[in-house]
Write a protein that binds this ligand. Structure first.
Ligand code: ADP
Length: 534
């Protein structure tokens, strides 16, 4: 698979239907088994990896938490324990911040040449590539996402992101500024210091890469807190980073819970910056903790309820496949999921019929099994939350077109679900469900759909499906969201910035934009003493 393919999650969805080789196993499996056949009832496949790294990473060492406490991380296929992981708390955050501070203030990292730092990141990318399959297996085991997705798309994207930021490390520099008066003025772009990073469970490795890559490229040190549901892959991959030559203390990884370890990091007086990805509610807490402690700078990547607009001129078969992918990818657990599917009234009926057929054919089952498109939801809490939303949709009078039930009697599998006849104020339309539940809405004209698409506190992403250039130009400007995907969705190349309008976040990650999150700009002014040469 080429980098180009890897960079586009969309390519998987399209190839799986009719465009080529990668998707052949998907297509075969789709023909042979629909979701109703409770693959969850089969014995779970034994993951081809072991969960050996379970301690905290502080100052280059894997260590127990100060309290000695651990917590279980669970297999979403069964709810059974994979491993007991050290539980970091405020005291461990203190230890990790002290190590990161030392590495930044005294240690070699910010003082190494930028070229040397870039070489560490390149070696890291090579090691990830070498361990692609083990890492993908660990991610699938802890998270429940299809192994083919983890191994063919996500781990290669992690490699791509690390190489992208390795490339930036020795290309970061300031400017010479033509100021008025007899002064020489320059800007120094300096690392910001100790970066605190809090990541979620839906894409543990990619969220790691979006945060760790730019922070290290700019010369910062890091304390990263993983999500309590998925602590394993970050520990594994950070061990590779040490092997690649990262000095001790530059990256510290704390497993633990939000209100304890997460809050301690966000409010720490010796942390210079906090980057958070997660729910909007928690983002507000993090922002408040940052403001009330030391006013550390904050970037937030939060929730969404993204519109996916299918215009009357769209190729319906492609639109159905793309809208299906936009919502159901990763078990519907994407902050940017195209969860409000707006369809023009002239093509609505055909679209709904074909979407139902597509959802009914979605292959749900053990994520380690070849051809499986959808695994279990992450945990019992999310599983029950999604089922509650489905129940609320039915109770509010929406039409349940397909799905709506759990699959099997163990693990957290849910049928791909579609609602029509939804009203805009129903919770299934207003709230971020974070599960495999698509709502399909009908629209008449462009002005109306723009208004309705923007009628949400979120603004993370939007999809547009049209062949008309004028329509595309209008929608790309009118939609208030940080990413507009036209005739595609979920295209996540390392160079493309990502982030939200409104309550979907603050700032941008990925691409060149991410670097400014991790840099201070220092203006340096010197008088020019010999006016003859001005
Ligand atoms: P979700 O509800 O999807 O689990 P959260 O926003 O709660 O999303 O979690 C995302 C990340 O934020 C996780 O790493 C979690 O531990 C962390 N987190 C949760 N609560 C807090 C908090 N009060 N302070 C800091 N981090 C938190």
């Amino acid at each position: 698979m080429t980098i180009r393919n890897m960079s586009s999650l969309l390519s998987m969805a399209l190839r799986s239907s009719k465009f080529g080789s990668l998707g052949r196993p998907f297509t075969n499996a789709i023909r042979s088994r629909a979701f109703g056949t409770a693959a969850a009832a089969e014995e779970p496949i034994v993951p081809p990896v072991q969960a050996n790294l379970t301690q905290l990473l502080i100052d280059g060492q894997f260590v127990d938490s100060a309290s000695g406490k651990t917590f279980p991380t669970l297999d979403p296929r069964t709810g059974q324990v994979i491993a007991h992981v050290s539980e970091g708390d405020a005291e461990d955050i203190n230890r990790a911040v002290a190590a990161a501070r030392k590495a930044f203030d005294k240690g070699p990292w910010p003082k190494m040449t930028a070229y040397e730092r870039s070489q560490v990141l390149y070696r890291f990318a090579d090691l990830i590539e070498k361990h692609n399959d083990e890492l993908a297996a660990l991610e699938t085991w802890d998270n429940g996402k299809p192994y083919e997705q983890a191994s063919q798309i996500e781990v290669p994207m992690l490699v791509r992101l690390m190489r992208y930021y390795a490339g930036w490390a020795d290309k970061i520099h300031g400017l010479t500024v033509p100021a008025d008066g007899s002064y020489h003025v320059q800007t120094l772009h300096e690392p910001i210091g100790v970066a605190g990073q809090i990541i979620p469970w839906n894409f543990p490795l990619l969220m790691y890469a979006w945060k760790v890559g730019p922070a290290l490229a700019c010369g910062n040190s890091i304390v990263l807190k993983t999500a309590e549901q998925t602590p394993l892959s970050a520990l594994y991959v950070s061990n590779l980073l040490l092997e690649a030559g990262l000095p001790p203390g530059v990256l510290n990884v704390i497993s633990g819970f939000g209100p304890t370890a997460g809050a301690a990091l966000a409010s720490h007086m010796d942390v210079d910056k906090i980057a958070f990805t997660g729910s909007t509610t928690t983002g507000q807490i993090v922002l408040e903790l940052a403001a009330k402690s030391n006013l550390k700078s904050v970037t937030l990547e939060l929730g969404g309820k993204s519109p996916f607009i299918i215009c009357e001129d769209a190729d319906i078969d492609e639109a159905v496949e793309l809208a299906h992918f936009a919502l159901f990818f990763n078990q519907g657990q994407c902050c940017c999921a195209g969860s409000r599917t707006f369809v023009h009234e002239r093509v609505y009926d055909e679209f709904v019929e074909k979407s139902k057929a597509r959802a009914a054919k979605r292959v749900v089952g053990d994520p380690f099994k070849k051809g499986v498109e959808q695994g279990p939801q992450i945990d019992v809490e999310q599983f029950e939350k999604v089922l509650r939303y489905i129940k609320s949709g039915i109770e509010h009078g929406a039409t349940l077109e397909v799905g709506g039930e759990r699959i099997g009697d163990k693990g957290y599998y849910i049928q791909p679900t579609i609602f029509t006849n939804v009203e805009e104020d129903m919770p299934i339309v207003t709230d971020e469900i974070f599960g495999p539940v698509q709502t399909i809405l009908k629209f008449k004209d462009l002005d109306e759909v723009i208004h309705r698409a923007n009628r949400t506190p979120y603004g993370l992403a939007a999809g547009v499906f049209t062949k008309n250039l004028d329509t595309a130009n209008t929608l790309m400007r009118a939609l208030r969201a940080g990413s507009i995907w036209i005739n595609c969705f979920d295209v996540f190349d390392a160079a493309i910035p990502f982030g939200g309008y409104k309550m979907s976040g603050l700032g941008r990650e990925k691409g060149v934009y991410s670097l400014s999150n991790y840099l201070q700009v220092k203006a340096v002014v010197t008088p020019l003493k010999n006016p003859a040469w001005l």
